[in-house]
Design a protein around this ligand. Sequence first.
Ligand code: C5P
Length: 236
Amino acid sequence: MVKKLELLYEGKAKKVYKTDDENVLWVAYKDSATAFNGEKKATIAGKGRLNNEITSLLFSKLHEAGVENHFIQKLSDTEQLVKKVTIIPLEVVVRNYVAGSLAKRLGIAEGTSLEKPLIEFYYKNDELGDPLLLEDHIAILKLATSEQLALLKAYALKVNEILTQHFQHCRVRLVDFKLEFGLDGEGKIVLADEISPDTCRLWDIETNEKFDKDVFRRDLGSLTDAYEIILQRLGG
Ligand code: C5P
């Protein structure tokens, strides 16, 4: 068993600690919720546990389905061990239905089905407000090579196929989600970060009731009740 060492980084939703194994990080999920680039903030008891549980289930599912990722094991209600990777500062968003910023940008009604999944890249940069990037912007910023971008898209589509089907079995519509990837010691691209109702839009397959962070963003009710429904439907 590895030992937890000093805090390396504290983000909006997680704390990341070093361990006595240089290839392994210790992640603790926090009970904090933020939206609109940190403008809206709250402490929500139980949120850390729910996201840790849900992320652990989904990363294990992806691993079984052959998608390499950083998840090693769940340690406790709110903690997990992950492989250390260098995060590529790109948010890879996959959309199956129009919602959120896409609805706003293009003026298309929320819930409109897309003929094929749409992949977007955003620059992971709080100061700039995570702007949408064209592939030429990514090249200018040297965030990824065109070969790496092609791999990121292929991995994102594979994750989308697996998770769309998995959520469908659980009577949940995977509207959209955000992925992050990192590079391991050999420069190989590995899926990282988290996949939870904080990073996905998840709607009831029949009623379109929202079970994701939009409940917090739009004051639609209890966030933990919504996340608990997702955990239960996933069999957790
Ligand atoms: O806000 P937008 O519609 O662009 O978000 C698309 C998807 O990406 C949503 O599921 C949202 O929760 C997720 N996302 C995220 N982190 C961000 C931006 C978006 O998890 N910084």
